[in-house]
Ligand binder design. Structure first.
Ligand SMILES: Nc1ncnc2c1ncn2[C@@H]1O[C@H](COP(=O)(O)OP(=O)(O)O)[C@@H](O)[C@H]1O
Ligand SMILES: [Mg+2]
Length: 311
């Protein structure tokens, strides 16, 4: 039994999801017999951690600060062991462009892309290169901020006329934006726990509203199937790929890798890795664990055990 500080909430756009993940994690930890202190992450974080003196911190934060290595850096400074990935892996996962470069360099499949900062458009005339980019990626092109999650700021541009507005939307979320080849196919989420890939979750849209993002992410418009109905070979390849990405980016404990299975080629393409995926009632990693016979409490217990002792 240990004293566990559950870090939740925080200032990111995914605050509400994090509060739900955190509350559920706290309940599980209490049932497991731990002494639990919930901390809503804000300007008093360091002071709260110093007074709480936890044996371990359970990081149930999503999005900026909590998932990008910032909170992890503070925990390192304070000498508090914590769950999930360390600083550098969090930084790589939170920045899709960094993660995609790492994957491409390592020969792991990720959709072709180009990425630019706002400064490149303002000061270096990057807009003049758009036509060349559009030719290489072919429409539709996916435009997204490098550093967001939960489909925020993502637009599908169907023609050159859609690109400027898509860029403006994406830049409102961050300084770096990527233009990515659109992959038409099935959407798979492969969760990793410890050294093991869990059963695959497939997100199946109910209607063919494939360009309509808001609709796709509205509750009830997407059905989740776990384990995904895939050939054994595809399942094994997707799980191996997820583990390869997990190791490449230096992840620890758990993570979720989002992969597309391209319809025309049958090939897998990795979109991103999430260093701290959701842990709510409807989140994908808990569903995957359940399908592997690992209940929520056991999952949370395992995640705490996987937190390294003090370095
Ligand atoms: N290149 C792409 N081709 C097709 N669909 C995409 C592509 N990129 C993103 N999407 C769609 O957008 C969703 C979110 O994209 P993702 O890159 O996982 O960002 P995040 O989950 O961080 O918002 C994906 O699950 C997928 O439905
Ligand atoms: Mg995703």
């Amino acid at each position: 039994m240990s004293r566990v500080a559950v870090l939740k909430g925080g200032p990111s756009l995914e605050r509400q999801v994090s509060l739900r993940s955190g509350a559920r994690v706290q309940d599980a930890l209490e049932r497991l017999g731990h002494e639990v202190v919930g901390i809503d992450v804000g300007p008093d974080l360091v002071a709260r951690l110093r007074e709480t003196r936890p044996d371990v911190a359970f990081v149930a934060l999503h999005g900026r600060d909590g998932e990008d290595g910032t909170v992890q850096e503070l925990l390192e400074v304070l000498g508090i062991p914590y769950t999930a990935s360390g600083v550098s892996a969090c930084m790589r996962c939170a920045d899709k462009v960094l993660a995609k470069h790492a994957m491409r360099d390592a020969g792991l499949p990720t959709p072709h892309f180009y990425a630019f900062t706002q400064a490149a458009f303002k000061e270096l005339g990057a807009a003049d290169a758009l036509e060349a980019i559009e030719e290489r990626l072919e429409f539709p092109i996916v435009v997204k901020p490098s550093n967001q999650g939960s489909a925020l700021g993502i637009r599908f541009a169907r023609s050159a006329a859609d690109v400027p507005a898509a860029l403006v939307a994406a830049f409102s979320y961050g300084e770096k934006v990527l233009l990515e080849r659109h992959v038409h196919g099935r959407e798979l989420a492969v969760s990793v726990l410890g050294e093991e890939a869990l059963p695959i979750v497939e997100a199946v849209p109910r209607e063919e509203d494939f360009y309509d993002f808001a609709a796709r992410y509205t509750i009830g418009r997407t059905t989740f199937v776990c384990p995904a109905e895939l050939d054994e070979g595809v399942t094994a390849r997707a799980q191996e790929l997820a583990l390869a990405v997990f190791r490449l980016l230096g992840c620890r404990g758990f993570a979720r890798v989002d992969i597309l299975l391209e319809e025309s080629t049958g090939e897998l393409q990795v979109l991103e890795a999430n260093a701290i995926p959701g842990l709510t009632e409807t989140s994908l990693l808990p569903q995957a664990a359940e399908a592997a016979g690992i209940g929520f409490d056991e999952l949370i217990g395992r995640i705490v055990e996987l937190a390294p002792a003090l370095r």
